[in-house]
Ligand binder design. Sequence first.
Ligand code: ATR
Length: 276
Amino acid sequence: MQNAGIAALNLNWRYLACEVHPNDLASAIAGAKAMKFIGLNLTVPHKILALKMCDVLDDSAKTWGAVNTIRFEIKLNGGWVPINQVPADEVGEIRSHGFNTDADAVTQSIREDLKMEGKGARILILGAGGAGRVAALKCATHGAAELFLINRTKSKAEEAAAEIKSRFPAVTTHTNFPREKIDLIINATSLGLKSNDPLPLSESDFSLKNATAVYDMIYRPAETPFLQLAKSAGCKTANGLGMLLYQGAKALELWSEKPAPLNVMREALLKNIYGK
Ligand code: ATR
């Protein structure tokens, strides 16, 4: 996805994947800075650890409490500019600037892939881990009317509900299942990644017939058993590929300061993930 986007923007960059042990994260970031990398993406389990390791944090990283994108910037005429804007042999102080592009990608994908705005919506969120908590908070910022937060470990759903209550008092939160029809169900649990996983929601707790749309953050397989059931119950459905695409596109925009070639990146994702 990134290399296809980079090529379409005519940039002479390469995007590489490296395995880094959490104990080595600070030295990996320092090494990338010393080698004048343009930037980095971070994934599990580095996103929270990196908060303490960036020289400066964007509001997105502060608000969502995680860093998934770093941009290296160089000091020029008293201000900071992305490092790719200056010749490679330029000498100067470099800083790491941490961003979060994951959170916006959740609501962007729901908006574009399910054509749902979320304002005034009643939403059931399954899972209150890293992804579930951010999805709940994002739905709250977009003006959801009611949120039902369900998690295997109930205390985590209660913590997320308490956070929403204090940050977004206009949103009603529950930690039990809805009794009436709802607009959207989001699966933010890892259930569905493995073929023998149980469903993230049982019919006896809440019937899919009572939901308008279902969003599954899992994108491999393209249609989880949960999404198949939702489709056959008449729900509009989308998987998490859009989340992956939009967080990556936003990162490329931060590094390049150019609009991301979304269609090229989407095609590369579909080809690499589903062989389409
Ligand atoms: P992520 O950052 O992707 O959200 P995570 O924080 O590890 O990853 O969260 C995984 C989510 O899947 C959690 O909501 C987890 O429930 P717990 O908080 O109780 O662990 C949920 N999950 C994972 N395996 C599960 C299972 N077998 N049954 C129900 N929920 C499960």
